[in-house]
Design a protein around this ligand. Structure first.
Ligand code: NAD
Ligand code: ZN
Length: 358
């Protein structure tokens, strides 16, 4: 199956590049009747970054709480808040934060120009209208959300992205300084998202020379970041940003697999964030991803990271069932991992077995 992949057309990269944002936004300040909305992770409230956000005129910040991963109902309420603000036309939406805020920014951009609830657009190419100009500025690296065609959302019935032509950012600013103070565990969980993207992208039927090339280089960078003792933290942050970017491009051209399907079930039912949920699942997937899981174990030990285990001990049969149904519904991931005959390899019972090991 052939697919058209749209990636981000403009990328500004390098330490200190965030300082260029003010100049870049001048292009969007074309009318006195328009303004720019900044969606910013509330972690940065009262932190030095807040003062560096180039607000002008009627621009304003909406602080985003990401204790829960992005939800369709929150996207709808941010969209309504912007539309009801009485401030006139929005000329740009800027997302500053981890993968969750980046996904909110992409979704809000699309929902400012498409009618109804964002839950109606969870799927492929369902939005009809081009969104508002949007810029993504990551403060964590690993998800690839900065470059992907998807805004992953949890809705009333499923965790599934708004995916399509209109979702990717128009511009991304990759400034390694912005990830430099991320806490050790969070940096690792999110960084491992890139590592796992690469492993899954290269291990399945959708792989091709483009996806393999991005994944191979991203994997080299992940190893330099998490296995090499010689490079400085500054250099590691720069490499991690690129690893995330290339990992995102790789899965765009290929697909994720078993770990992500199981991880979506953990997030949907238990509310675990994507990075940690991936780590919990990947930790137990040696039978599928072999040496990569061994290498992951080595990195966990080297960095003294806490990966929760035995979470299944406190789960009810209903929760296992719901997680398995959620995971099983991600047919495209299973198909990638096992081929068209995937139902011969995976069923609810096998998925529950995997969950019971976690
Ligand atoms: P996150 O955005 O969920 O944030 C995790 C925590 O880190 C939050 O508490 C946040 O406030 C905090 N944080 C953010 N930046 C920080 C910094 N610089 N210093 C300290 N704390 C900081 O984490 P994430 O792992 O980047 O993103 C996960 C999200 O990305 C999930 O919602 C997942 O669904 C989504 N995702 C999207 C795609 C895609 O293609 N769109 C791919 C993978 C994951
Ligand atoms: Zn992921």
């Amino acid at each position: 199956m052939f697919r058209v992949i749209k990636s981000v057309p403009r990328c500004l990269f390098g330490k200190g590049s965030f300082n260029e944002l003010s100049g870049i936004l001048e292009n969007n300040r074309t009318s006195s009747n328009s303004h720019i909305v900044f969606l910013v992770d509330d972690f940065f409230k009262n932190k030095p970054l807040e003062k560096r956000i180039p607000l002008k005129g009627a621009d304003y910040i909406i602080w985003i709480n990401v204790d829960d991963e992005p939800k369709t109902k929150v996207v709808d309420s941010i969209r309504d808040q912007i539309k009801d603000s009485g401030k006139g036309m929005v000329s740009a939406v800027i997302g500053i934060g981890g993968g969750s805020v980046l996904d909110y920014a992409k979704a809000v951009s699309v929902m400012l120009t498409n009618e109804g609830s964002s839950s109606l657009y969870q799927g492929l190419n369902l939005a009809k209208n081009q969104g508002v100009y949007h810029i993504g500025i990551p403060t964590l690296s690993g998800t690839g959300a900065e470059v992907s065609m998807t805004a992953v959302l949890t809705g009333p019935v499923k965790k599934l992205g708004i995916k399509g032509e209109f979702t990717p950012f128009d511009l991304i600013v990759l400034d390694p300084e912005l990830i430099s103070e991320a806490p050790k565990n969070q940096r690792f969980y999110t960084g491992m998202d890139a590592y796992i993207h690469n492993v899954e992208s290269m291990d399945g039927m959708n792989r091709n020379s483009i996806s393999d090339s991005y994944a191979t280089q991203s994997q080299t960078l992940c190893r330099e970041v998490f296995l090499n003792d010689i490079i400085s933290r500054e250099e590691a942050d720069e490499k991690l940003m690129v690893a995330s970017y290339f990992g995102g491009l790789s899965i765009g051209h290929s697909e994720v697999g078993v770990c992500h399907a199981l991880s979506y079930g953990l997030s949907y039912v238990l509310g675990l964030h994507h990075g940690i949920a991936n780590c919990i699942a990947f930790n137990q997937l040696e039978e599928i991803y072999g040496k990569a899981v061994n290498e992951f174990h080595f990195m966990v030990e080297k960095h003294k990271i806490d990966i929760p285990t035995q979470i299944s001990k406190r789960l009810t049969p209903e929760q296992f069932d719901k997680m398995a149904v959620t995971a099983l519904g991600l047919e495209h991931m299973w198909r990638h991992a096992f081929g068209p005959e995937w139902p011969e390899h995976v069923n609810k019972e096998r998925i529950i077995e995997w969950y019971k090991r976690m």
